[in-house]
Design a protein around this ligand. Structure first.
Ligand SMILES: [Zn+2]
Length: 304
């Protein structure tokens, strides 16, 4: 009789433990961008519920901090940010309003994805005096797929801190992600290799990592400084450079109006190519891998 009661109690206890662990089953992750969301999903699998604040067709420098994001952040276990000064105007106010100590800078759930990324274009002195919005180095580092592996490692570390029991699961996914990136990066670089050294113009200075990985040379920008809209004198300078150096391609992102790029292309005899800077930039780009599949094939078609 006593034994039966003990067994029943034990079963009840076990049931409570199981049901409470299943409510904790999914880690709640909020990322600033869709690229970080995609990588987090690949490492976390079905053990994470990941929400991205910015869409893939939005300029990540300028995002409206909406109250619904604060709600998500207040309940998050992990928060992942690109860092540097990419989201400087909107991440801090959101984190301050969310009042969630887990995901504040320095908290176990706070992930600065730029840690250990070899940064490019780090200025010797950080100054916003001329309106520059890349003052800690170029923040568009996720556009080199091999930096994706560094980002994945940073995310992995935070998932393990939040959920150490599932370490081996996350580790297996991380290894699979790294292998896939390595294999695909070889294909992508191979495809663009014949065009190595090709000079290109870009709207915003967001391609140095992509350019370095794939051997392109972005020689000038329609923006006179990152974050400063194109000026007539800058566009005139670019038209002359394109004519002089026989540059045929201007790359822009979905969130810039094509007007100035079209005007320059008309005057210099080049063409405008819209590339994706993030997952979700268009319907075809559903994962971090798709982002490079798309950009590499768009460029390949344009260069051919
Ligand atoms: Zn930028």
């Amino acid at each position: 009789m006593m034994n039966k009661r003990v067994t029943l109690l034990l079963l009840l206890l076990l049931f409570c433990l199981l049901s409470s662990s299943s409510t904790l089953a999914q880690l709640k992750v909020v990322t600033t961008m869709t690229d970080l969301q995609s990588i987090t999903s690949m490492i976390g699998g079905d053990k994470v519920d990941v929400f991205a604040i910015a869409t893939g067709f939005q300029n990540p420098h300028f995002v409206d901090p909406k109250p619904s994001y604060i709600m998500k952040l207040s309940r998050a276990d992990v928060f992942v940010t690109v860092g540097l000064d990419l989201e400087i105007g909107w991440v801090l106010p959101l984190l301050n309003s969310a009042r969630n100590s887990k995901i504040q800078k320095g908290g176990d759930g706070y992930v600065d994805a730029s840690i250990n990324v070899p940064l490019l274009q780090v200025p010797t002195s950080a100054s916003r005096a001329q309106g520059d919005i890349h003052i800690y180095g170029n923040p568009h580092y996720w556009l080199d797929p091999l930096n994706g592996k560094v980002i994945a490692r940073n995310i992995f570390d935070a998932l393990v801190r939040a959920d150490p029991d599932r370490r081996s699961f996350y580790e297996a996914n991380l290894m699979k992600f790294n292998e896939t990136i390595d294999a695909k990066a070889r294909e992508w670089t191979e495809k663009l290799r014949p065009y190595s050294g090709t000079k290109i113009i870009a709207y915003h200075n967001e391609w140095p990592y992509f350019e370095q990985r794939f051997g392109l040379q972005i020689v000038d920008f329609l923006e006179p400084k990152p974050g400063i809209p194109p000026t007539p004198s800058q566009l005139f300078k670019v038209i002359n450079e394109m004519k002089r150096d026989h540059i045929k391609i201007i790359i822009i992102s979905p969130y810039f109006t094509a007007e100035s790029a079209d005007m320059v292309a008309r005057n210099a005899g080049g063409k405008v190519v819209t590339l994706a800077t993030s997952v979700g930039a268009n319907e075809q780009i559903k994962t971090y891998y798709d982002l490079f599949d798309y950009n590499v094939s768009q460029l390949f078609e344009a260069l051919r």
